[in-house]
Design a protein around this ligand. Structure first.
Ligand code: GUN
Length: 296
């Protein structure tokens, strides 16, 4: 069986193309969609993610500003900045890059963001809206997973979807999204995690597997049904003897999956670009909602 490689680059380019006219309409109304990013500490992958996000905003002629805090910043100082950003109309979206250092409670910080500016979709209000089937902002990576399937005409309706990983950022919201009663979801979902015993029992019966556990090359070809689709959210650094000292790989063991899966997303250039595209889309939506609201 030939395994199709689902390019996140191609799928995200199509998202940007669809966003162009929406950006023009906003600009004609003197609105430049703006994103504020809060970055705490010096975690290198976090810095790279943030640079990737803000660069894309720049390329598209959108506005973004990163607010850097030292790794020993107080929770109070972060909450103060968020309160200021909630009131600043230059920013339609606010994103706090995770993880946060131990002295800061992520729940308290995320709950302080105005849900209407919560373009990451991590506020309990947005997660609650998602759970009840009436989402406002959908977290970017789960949304990107749904969108890449849509782009490549992979219909999850009626299929058995196995999500591996239960993080608040990816696995849990995605498991809910996939099970919603809507034309582009409607799947039977199994959520596997670190407490799951004998995970192959589940992955072998899956039509679609989403990997979001952060374990390099975890899923191998003999753990899936022939023809299954594997969507890989993992981005892992593995040490090696190269000049860089590491290589980047997903949670899928690509070599053994080729020929066994009908389609896989690569790492890099799979779900990474889709996550950024969904962040841009959510920020544009926040700016559109802002105009709607100011008209009331
Ligand atoms: N850390 C890892 N992924 C994400 C993400 O999608 N959003 C934020 N804010 N932090 C992250």
């Amino acid at each position: 069986m030939e395994t199709k490689i689902l390019s996140g680059k191609t799928a995200s380019d199509s998202v940007y193309k669809s966003l162009k006219p929406r950006i023009s309409i906003l600009k004609n109304k003197d609105i430049t969609p703006g994103l504020a990013v809060i970055l705490v500490g010096n975690d290198i992958p976090s810095k790279l993610y943030v640079t990737g996000k803000t660069k894309k905003f720049q390329t598209l002629g959108l506005y973004s500003q990163t607010f850097n805090f030292s790794g020993d910043a107080s929770q109070e100082s972060i909450l103060e900045k968020i309160s200021e950003l909630n009131r600043n109309s230059d920013f339609h979206g606010i994103l706090v890059q995770l993880p946060l250092p131990p002295q800061i409670n992520p729940e308290t910080v995320l709950e302080s963001i105005n849900p209407l500016k919560d373009v990451d979709g991590f506020h309990p209000w947005n997660l609650g809206k998602l759970c009840t089937g009436n989402p406002q902002f959908i977290p970017c990576t789960p949304k990107g997973v749904m969108r890449i399937m849509e782009f490549y005409n992979i219909d999850p309706a009626g299929k058995h979807v196995v999500v591996v990983g239960r993080s608040n950022i990816v696995g849990r919201p995605l498991s809910i999204l996939m099970s919603l009663k809507s034309s582009s979801a409607n799947s039977t979902v199994t959520l596997c995690h670190s407490g799951t015993k004998n995970i192959s029992i589940f992955t072998l019966s899956a039509d679609i597997i989403v990997l979001a556990l952060g374990k390099p090359e975890f899923l191998r070809g003999d753990q899936i049904k022939k023809g299954a689709v594997v969507l890989d959210v993992g981005i892992n650094r593995v040490s090696d003897n190269s000049e860089k000292g590491y290589y980047i790989t997903g949670d899928a063991h690509m070599e053994s999956l080729l020929g066994q899966a009908s389609a896989v997303t690569p790492v890099p250039f799979g779900l990474g670009p889709m996550t950024i595209a969904m962040l841009v889309e959510n920020t544009i939506e926040a700016a559109e909602n802002y105009i709607e609201k100011s008209r009331d």
